[in-house]
Design a protein around this ligand. Structure first.
Ligand code: ZN
Length: 610
């Protein structure tokens, strides 16, 4: 028996260390040649990818995403839209009344010439045709030859595609009249990582991808201007505002132009095109060129001009507070259906409200750091992207727009409290498509995710939080960080144990509620009524009018944040009641006057002595 258990112990230790010390990520390089017909909204594509299997496993199969297939009646996206309790208003028409809405999926009404599709004409692995199967928005490929660990495989594909009517994110003729919002538009290899394949059907949420280099040529009607991911390689042959005005243009004759883009070290490629774009450029910090593409419109032109220096200020803010933007350009493009982030660019709508325009730009630009550089799996951990983006963009807006907010993340807290009260909360680390309502997903990912960071500042201290964000970026840029990486970074910076914080906040719907129960002369009695423990900041007012701050560490943190407050004995979470005595007679006690702790019932946080 003894031998067996020591052998068992050996295996446990071995498997844990093997998983934690051997980080790897797959790599893929794309070369694509795309021929777009702007009249039929159809395009033909040739795609060659060189896929490197850096995993320790042998691959017998690969998966691709065929996102545009979602925009067909009967697709999983369509069926979900018809069954979810609160469909996205952009994707459903209300055919009932305002009081009694009946939602009809817009996808269910698409005609053949309006749907989206990606049809695979041929696929070869290392020069030989390979078997594939289309399963909705996923292409499953059983390989001819396995890809051994460390080996490369070449996949060559020909496909035909149709751009759907704009329903969600991508599509033709969005409500502001942009002809082509070309996002999630090409057959894209799914991510394979330490957890295995992430061949998620396109149902509603965003995407995840494999790092690599893109080389994309797009042939399109010569009157169309393209904005998107990647550096244009032939600006003098294109013009459209990309050219060096000091040099001569060499535009070839013919109906179409061939735009050649290269994008190094990205995990997606997106573009938009329109025949009426205005294209402006300015230079931001570190010689980064900021491009702006928008429709000529007397109602919005002025705001799109005023947005440009603000975008440069936002870039500088993120450079300073997260880490340096590593690419040479970024493009803010009118397109899509709201605001959606892509590699080196964003597609946004709006412009009539200047504050709204800057706000959506600040948000989407921040995604460059929290999704396009720190490429966490947004489908699994949407809070790491939307939440962190919300956190930093609200701080940026406060500075850039001179909002003078004492707590710029206040709305995040308010949203979270609203979600708790609704009773509809799902755990934050649910798969993004599987939340029971769009309402719960939205508040959880954006607001509760924002509070994750804001409140982490309360737990480990503001300075430590700022250092954590920078170190997290420095250590995991161009990788695929997971929740534990955020936690470990904060632990290394602060020297505090934070497993409990990650567990309670992201994996449960437990809530925080502390109360001041009693004041007896010099004795203060506190109670943990809630289901998530926290360290406690306390301000005590004495009967002589003076005040004193205290900090009660949570025992399982094995330490406390840097503080000027008087640090008391640690509080073990299993213990509901905590009492201590002061030197003077107490008049009043307040738990966390900063309100940075997301205590769901603030009424019992304050008490005056009787
Ligand atoms: Zn976002």
């Amino acid at each position: 028996m003894k031998k067996l258990s020591s052998l068992f112990f050996f295996f446990i230790v071995f498997s844990i260390s093997a998983q934690n010390t051997s980080y790897w990520q797959q790599h893929v390089d794309y070369t694509m040649d795309i021929d777009m017909d702007v009249k039929s909204y159809q395009y033909k594509g040739k795609q060659k990818i060189v896929y490197t299997n850096n995993s320790p496993e042998t691959l017998e199969r690969v998966y691709y995403h065929l996102f545009f297939n979602a925009f067909q009646p009967g697709s999983e996206m369509d069926i979900r839209l018809q069954n979810v309790q609160d469909p996205d208003k952009r994707m459903a028409n209300n055919i009932g009344t305002e009081e009694d809405p009946i939602y009809e999926s817009r996808i269910s009404k698409l005609q053949d010439y309006e749907i989206g599709y990606q049809k695979i004409s041929s696929l070869k692995q290392n020069g030989k045709p390979v078997k594939f199967e289309v399963i909705g928005t996923i292409l499953k490929v059983d390989l001819n030859t396995v890809i051994q660990s460390g080996e490369k495989a070449i996949f060559e594909m020909e496909f035909e595609a149709q751009v759907p009517n704009q329903i969600r994110r991508s599509g033709r003729n969005n409500k502001e009249g942009i002809a082509l919002s070309m996002t999630q538009w090409y057959p894209k290899i799914a991510e394979y990582d330490f957890e295995g394949w992430h061949a998620n059907a396109y149902i509603g949420r965003e995407f995840h991808g494999v790092w690599g280099d893109y080389d994309v040529t797009i042939h399109i009607d010569k009157n169309y201007t393209i904005g998107g991911t990647g550096y244009l390689q032939n600006p003098q042959e294109i013009g459209h505002g990309y050219e060096d005005p000091a040099k001569k243009l060499k535009v070839k004759k013919g109906d179409k132009l061939s735009w050649h883009f290269k994008a190094p070290k990205v995990h997606d490629f997106a573009w938009a095109a329109d025949d009426k774009y205005i294209h402006d450029k300015i230079t931001g910090e570190n010689e980064v060129t900021l491009h702006f593409f928008y429709k000529d419109n007397s109602k919005t032109n002025e705001n799109w001009k005023k947005l440009q220096p603000k975008t440069a200020e936002i870039l500088a803010y993120y450079n300073k507070h997260i880490g340096l933007y590593p690419y040479e350009q970024y493009s803010v493009i009118q397109g899509g259906d709201g605001g959606m982030e892509y590699a080196m660019c964003t597609l946004i709508t709006g412009g009539e409200n200047f504050n709204g325009l800057v706000s959506v730009t600040a948000h989407e630009f921040a995604h460059t750091w929290f999704q396009f550089l720190l490429a966490s799996n947004e489908i699994k951990h949407s809070w790491m992207d939307e939440g962190f983006t919300s956190y930093i963009s609200h701080l940026a807006m406060n500075e850039v727009m001179d909002q003078k907010k004492v707590n710029p993340n206040n709305r995040g807290y308010r949203g979270y409290y609203y979600l708790v009260q609704s009773g509809l909360e799902d755990p934050m680390s649910m798969h993004a498509d599987r939340f029971n309502s769009n309402f719960a997903y939205g508040i959880s990912a954006y607001n509760k995710g924002e509070v994750f960071l804001a409140q982490l500042g309360y737990v480990i201290g503001e300075e430590n939080l700022n250092k954590t964000i920078k170190k997290y970026f420095q250590d995991f840029e161009f990788k695929h960080p997971v929740p534990n990486d955020v936690k470990r970074t904060a632990e290394i910076v602060s020297g505090l144990e934070l497993e409990w914080y990650l567990n309670y906040w992201t994996q449960t719907t437990n809530t925080i509620d502390y109360a001041v129960n009693e004041i007896n002369g010099k004795e203060i009695i506190l109670e943990n009524i809630g289901t998530m423990p926290m360290p406690i900041d306390l301000t005590v007012t004495y009967t002589d009018g003076t005040k004193e701050n205290f900090n009660i560490p949570l025992r399982m943190m094995y330490g406390h944040k840097p503080t000027n407050a008087k640090v008391l004995e640690a509080w073990p979470w299993v213990q509901p009641i905590y009492s201590f005595s002061t030197d003077k007679l107490v008049k009043a006690v307040a738990i966390d006057p900063s309100q940075d702790m997301a205590d769901i019932d603030k009424k019992n946080n304050l008490r005056e002595a009787k």
